[in-house]
Design a protein around this ligand. Sequence first.
Ligand code: GLN
Length: 205
Amino acid sequence: MSDGGPGVGLRIGVLALQGAFREHVATFRRLGADAVEVRTPADLTGLDAVVLPGGESTVIDRLLDSSGLREPLVAALAGGLPAFGTCAGLIVLSAAAEDGRSDQRPLGLIDVTARRNGYGRQVHSFEAPVQLDADGDPMPGVFIRAPRIVRVGEGVEVVGTLDGEPVAAAAGGIMVASFHPELTGDDRLHRRFLDRVRVVRAVAA
Ligand code: GLN
């Protein structure tokens, strides 16, 4: 239970098929949201937003089909459900994935191209400071076989950079990050996502 926080009154579903979903649930709960794990189509009911966590995008892609979630999830997203995709989740939400499996089908919710393992295969993971727009203090970015954002379409806002390169982006109610903001205590990106969810809700109301 939380007696306050930017997430109060929001129900956030975290896709829990595979990957780092528990940390997202914990972060959103800490921010006061009602965060729930999503494994079946019924779990999508009543959500204000959905989170696609890091993990392995080819596995998540396959599990979307076997769980029966792909169709209702796509329908909910098409209906304007806000979504936050981190690492593998970025790949799933992107318009196009380079170096993916040939039958991998990104959902095309945000006009960016993601290159799988785009920071090199030998360097499996690294930590580096991510600069948030309009925020002087960088946040720690944990990159684990991270996708690289190699193209940002028109109308997509870059909200985080690493050495001047985009590593977080957003458009309307969709936000993506190539790193794992849920693995550090810094919840600024989660807070920004909640701000977006509230804007989308206000417009829809
Ligand atoms: N390389 C993984 C993929 O292709 C992403 C890694 C991650 O989510 N940490 O899905």
